[in-house]
Design a binder for this molecule. Sequence first.
Ligand code: COA
Length: 329
Amino acid sequence: MGSTIIGTGSYLPEKILTNADLEKMVDTSDEWIVTRTGIKERRICSENMSSSDLGVEAAKKAILDAGISADEIEMIICATITSDMPFPSTACIIQSKLGLDNIACFDISSACSGFIYGLELARSFTNNGCYRKILVIAAECMSRVTDYTDRSTCVLLGDGAAAAIVSHSGDTDGIIDSYLGSSGKYGNLLYIPAGGSKLPASHETVSNHLHFMKMEGSAVFKIAVNAMSSAIKKIFERNNIHAEDISLLIPHQANIRIIQGVARSMGVPMEKVFVNIEKYGNMSAASVGVALDEAVKAGRIHKGDLVCMVSFGAGLTWASNLIRWNKDD
Ligand code: COA
């Protein structure tokens, strides 16, 4: 009895927002952004697209990669903090756009940790065979909640989506274990103040930029390094794994200095760490999913490899997992 990833996909919008573009929008420089974050450019979705559209494109690629028919999917879990609208769920909207009906669909809100949370939910549902195939999607239009007058956040974020098909399998390889954590007391370090039941949209919330993401960057930075390192340690200890056993570490792509800090504290050399932050910036839940798909397609993951994914985000939340990759190259 087990659960395994049989297909992955990702979708990045075509439009590129470079550091040079941002230099014209806020008081910043390419040099500051690259040295402090590692980001060179990020993708921005077109006006007529929303998170579900990005998710659908990623899902179609994952379905193709898995070699299954869309009709075989029994559940859709969508991780997003930029849902198309408060309700219905983006998962239901994606279901309809994929032409599927009468299956379980729901969203999860775990911010940047959402893809790993989603994979763990899918593992729980498929492990005992109750569900055979689940589509996990992370889709984010972060540009829609970014204040392009705030230089401390607008240089960090981008849009994108990732998807994975999680299948019941007869073998214990695949998604071996996950560790999920959170600490709500830090919620005010990273949040969108308005637009929910606490502070509904009004002229005032709009004019005060309260529908955009707010962040205490340096406080989040310190907690991120500790929380991700501790999430990796926990999953290693629980499974009697050591840093040298890992073929690839796939961390959330928020800041290259956070990634380097985590790798250093875990004793994992940077050659074994997947990094694509320079191209996309932080795409919240989509970041680790896109990184997983790119790592597979770039030949950085082979059958039998032990992969560790780790993430961190608003909530605050954090998550790690261990995957013994068992899909043929
Ligand atoms: N361009 C130029 N200067 C900038 C800037 C920008 N885009 N953004 C901030 N600054 C300035 C600040 O105003 C500050 O100036 P001051 O010293 O005159 O006050 C200076 O740079 C240093 O700011 P600070 O916030 O201490 O920088 P930092 O080294 O911590 O880097 C972040 C800022 C946001 C890149 C970093 O804190 C970070 O990555 N935090 C975590 C982000 C994250 O992981 N978020 C999501 C979690 S999923």
